[in-house]
Design a protein around this ligand. Sequence first.
Ligand SMILES: NC(=O)c1ccc[n+]([C@@H]2O[C@H](COP(=O)([O-])OP(=O)(O)OC[C@H]3O[C@@H](n4cnc5c(N)ncnc54)[C@H](OP(=O)(O)O)[C@@H]3O)[C@@H](O)[C@H]2O)c1
Length: 330
Amino acid sequence: MDFNAYRILEEGENKGQILRMHREDLSPGNVVIQVQYSSLNYKDALAVTGHGKILRQFPLNAGIDAAGLVISSTDPRFEKGEPVLVTGCGLGENHDGGYAEVIRVPGDWVVSLPSGLNLREAMIYGTAGFTAGLCVHRLLVNDQTPDKGPLVITGASGGVGSLALAMLSKLGFDVIAVSGKPEAQERLRALGAKDVVKPEDLALGKRPLESVRFGGGIDNVGGELLEGILRHVNLWGNVASVGLTGGHSYQSSVMPFILRGVSILGISSNNCPMTLRREVWQKLAGAWRPAQLDTYIQSELSLEQILGTAQAMLQRKTSGRYLVKLDGPH
Ligand SMILES: NC(=O)c1ccc[n+]([C@@H]2O[C@H](COP(=O)([O-])OP(=O)(O)OC[C@H]3O[C@@H](n4cnc5c(N)ncnc54)[C@H](OP(=O)(O)O)[C@@H]3O)[C@@H](O)[C@H]2O)c1
């Protein structure tokens, strides 16, 4: 059984090619899945363009997400024909990933599709949506409540940001969406944002502690934006640190932590324990599911269209989510 795969052949810029492969060529695993959908995340964009050190071995099929039907399994938890999903766990980093019509993975990485979601919807979420769900989980577990004040979400037009925005506004939080894209304003308000501002218009202060303006937040950007937000967070508020689109380092005084009890919540979706992973997916399929998941999709990509969209994503020219549609082995 031959199939198509978007395979990154070596380290460097734009080293991917669409190749025909055979099941035996794939990284090992005891569950073989016919992939129907994958998605394009920021991390995938770094991987396929070669702009970030995401792949840790070559050659390798890219794609950190996959949803499809089990072709065969020696793991008794999964049956032939069952709909399943895999996100993170090293897929598309050190194990052949979801930009291929077939993947072969260890059963410990596989999540049975929760009822309430179809395979396409699971990949509308993908890693971005799962990560947004992890942020919501960690905020709620750490006692974030709407009465602490509005939550600020940076990189709001992106996958993680826009899905987190919709989930949190559904849960009764006021959300301030921070976006560098004026054209995204209307969409972000439609998703539930009380206010939409450009990063520079936030006018964050520079002193170790500044006036309280936010109950907490979700930060996809890092660097100065994260530094500034922490100074304005209310007593016992939380900021989930997710991303680094603006830089991987930040400086902070300890004042927000020791005088206001503010917490930074680390978010690491890749290695999230399986019990929590399943719990979050159940919530994504039910209580936290935003209305009209379909509206998050900007377009459905073929394997040929991945590279161009990835380049646009790194130039900050995309918003929302991008599905990758796989045709199945033939
Ligand atoms: N920790 C984890 O487990 C985890 C999981 C998934 C993703 N992530 C990270 O989270 C971030 C968001 O991922 P995503 O998939 O949502 O990406 P995305 O769809 O590309 O969204 C990222 C958003 O960040 C903003 N942005 C992009 N470039 C920027 C820059 N140079 N300076 C400031 N802001 C910039 C843009 O929002 P605006 O134009 O609206 O400002 C963009 O829409 C990425 O850094 C990704 O690597 C982490």
